[in-house]
Design a protein around this ligand. Structure first.
Ligand code: PMP
Length: 351
């Protein structure tokens, strides 16, 4: 009744099924199969008694911890309520009706929603036939640019040198590189922030750091770009990173080795899963994320997703052009991937 006309046709984001605690193996939302490190629980508990007081709006201790870990200045770091919030702020800061955004046609679905909600026109640049991003398509494009690196759901990554060329050829526009999955083997573009004042690196604690439910995102850029983003954060949601999440984030940074060891396990499990799926007759892209994008040959992707669901395994199916023959399968713990293997063998009648 009251919703403005311009918002009435906003597309709906379709999240992965949220079945929790009922025996499902969740290979559909790219979460970590491993629990947070012990210090995280302690840090959260330590904040409970202080919940009556506002959290630090600057996230100063968390930004210093991240700056120390990654060898940058705290002024080059921003923290937000999940990386989705940082992406939303960046769209608001750098694009509008008159300043479009360029992005791949196959990519993270929320970009579409953020742009639609803000009335930002989108130029969708098709991936090549082999699903890679051709960096040359973005050279001198003259628009704000966003893409994940590695891309989702393909898992393909672009070398940092190509990202640098994109940024340098569009000096009047911000290039947003979403590194949600960078810890699983891709090359980071972080060292470029000093030479590319228009580069924003977006990161999250949701994937490699087992904290999707705590909602913690962060970003790196030159000091002036971070200050511009802080202007938006100030105006919209200054206290968006609650005190428990700030403390949890600091603890996770202090226990970084634990998370990096988990990433190594996930990389090894990804290699196992890729080989296993290929043996089962799937076409599997060489992913650098904590997921693989795979096309079954024996039956349609949609039918396989629903048969796996009947066997208690959730995977992600996108009913969209170019990708409806594929499934995105999150890399879980080794036993979960072995359960997937058994289920596939049974479904294909090979067990
Ligand atoms: N970017 C990409 C590419 C993602 O896949 C996701 C998670 N689905 C996000 C950003 C958002 O993650 P979060 O808001 O949990 O940090």
């Amino acid at each position: 009744m009251f919703l403005l006309e311009k918002h009435r046709r906003l597309p709906a984001y379709v999240p992965g099924d949220h079945e929790e605690g009922d025996g499902f193996i969740r290979l559909n939302t790219n979460e970590s199969p491993y629990p947070p490190s012990p210090g995280v629980a302690k840090a959260i508990a330590g904040e409970v008694g202080k919940l009556g007081y506002y959290n630090d709006p600057d996230c100063a201790a968390l930004r210093s911890a991240l700056a120390g870990l990654y060898g940058v200045k705290p002024e080059q770091v921003i923290a937000t309520n999940g990386s989705d919030e940082l992406l939303y702020f960046a769209f608001l800061a750098f694009a509008d009706e008159a300043h479009p955004i360029a992005l791949p046609d196959i990519t993270y679905g929320y970009y579409d929603l953020f742009a639609a909600a803000q009335g930002i026109p989108m130029e969708k640049v098709p991936l090549k036939a082999d699903f890679t991003i051709d960096y040359r398509d973005y050279l001198g494009i003259g628009k704000t640019i966003v893409f994940p690196n590695p891309n989702a759901p393909t898992g393909y990554a672009m070398p940092a040198g190509q990202v640098a060329q994109i940024a340098k050829s569009n000096p009047q526009n911000v290039v947003i590189v979403d590194e949600a999955y960078v810890d699983f083997g891709a090359q980071t573009c972080l060292p470029l922030i000093d030479e590319c004042p228009n580069l924003l690196i977006v990161r999250t604690f949701s994937k490699s750091r087992s904290m999707a439910g705590a909602r913690l995102g962060y970003g790196f850029a030159c000091e002036s770009l971070i200050a511009e983003l802080e202007t938006i954060r100030n105006a919209i949601n200054l206290y968006s990173v609650n005190r428990m999440t700030q403390a949890a984030g600091i603890a996770a940074v202090q226990e970084n080795d634990y998370y990096m060891a988990n990433c190594e396990k996930i990389i090894a499990t990804r290699d196992y899963t890729t080989r296993m799926l290929r043996e089962q007759g799937f076409e599997v892209l060489d992913s650098l994320g904590n997921f693989v994008f795979a096309k079954p040959k024996a039956m349609s992707a949609k039918a396989l997703a629903s048969q796996l669901r009947e066997r208690g395994i959730l995977v992600r199916y996108f009913d969209k052009d170019r990708v409806r023959d594929y499934l995105r399968i999150t890399i879980g713990a080794m036993q979960e991937m072995q359960a997937l293997e058994c289920a596939i063998e049974m479904i294909f009648g090979r067990a």
